[in-house]
Ligand binder design. Structure first.
Ligand SMILES: [Zn+2]
Length: 243
């Protein structure tokens, strides 16, 4: 057995035996660190140009004999996933500098976003420790009203909670990206935090934004990529970068 990595498909492949959906494949060609990769992710060295052939197994019927996928890798980036070798070859040959530049830009943006999520989580953990060690979880509402403390970013997760686990759960729910409605809610919250004003936040979400190429945030946030662009834009506003 040993370890492997998983490549997730943008579009599921249909199992030839049972018609079930196959959404990912396990590969042993990379670092084998149980990592999850998506199309257009960087998996290795920039010299890496090849077509990977992998057997996929169907989670519904467990049949693995009938289906293969071809995964063209260009300059260390997973270009796509296809069931046809010719299509994979075409994807390899289609490479040009402009495309590659765009991919790397997207990659960079995605990793920067991840980096921010990570530092946000660290910030939360730090606040959580302070909050707990100072005994603020046992404070009455009257006590905390007496406190003159600057409002900090993560306060809402700690408010009204008596124990750290509940606060962590609240944070995790608010930071879940799997659910579209949850993502919108989170973006709305973030916009309110950044704008410091509920009405302005709503207006910003519904108006063309310069930082988004004059597209409206509400027209973008239905897809994961679009939602990330909107979040990125909000962070840029927050930190006053590139307005
Ligand atoms: Zn099947």
């Amino acid at each position: 057995m040993g370890l492997f990595d998983t490549i997730h498909f943008n579009k599921p492949i249909i199992c030839k035996t049972c018609g079930g959906m196959i959404k990912s494949v396990q590969v042993k060609d990379f670092a084998q660190t149980l990592s999850s990769y998506y199309e257009k992710d960087c998996i290795g060295h920039a010299e890496d140009i090849r077509i990977l052939k992998e057997e996929v197994s169907c989670p519904t019927c467990s049949n693995s004999a009938s289906t293969h996928v071809y995964i063209p890798i260009v300059r260390g980036i997973i270009v796509g996933v296809t069931e046809s070798f010719e299509e994979a070859q075409r994807m390899l040959q289609d490479l040009n500098l402009e495309k590659l530049t765009f991919w790397y830009h997207d990659l960079f943006r995605r990793y920067r976003l991840k980096d921010r999520e990570l530092s946000d989580a660290r910030g939360f953990m730090q606040k959580l420790v302070e909050w707990y060690e100072e005994g603020r979880h046992t404070e009455t509402e009257a006590d905390s009203a007496k406190r003159i403390l600057p409002v900090f970013l993560h306060e809402k997760y700690l408010k009204n909670e008596q124990n750290p686990v509940d606060a962590i759960k609240k944070y995790l729910v608010a930071h879940s990206w799997n659910d579209k409605e949850m993502t919108k809610e989170r973006i709305r919250e973030l916009a309110k935090e950044v704008m410091d004003d509920d009405k302005m936040a709503e207006e910003w979400l519904n108006a063309p934004a310069f930082v988004l190429g004059n597209k409206k945030p509400v027209d973008l946030w239905d897809t994961k990529e679009g939602a990330q662009l909107v979040i990125e834009a909000l962070y840029r506003i927050e930190y006053g970068i590139g307005l």
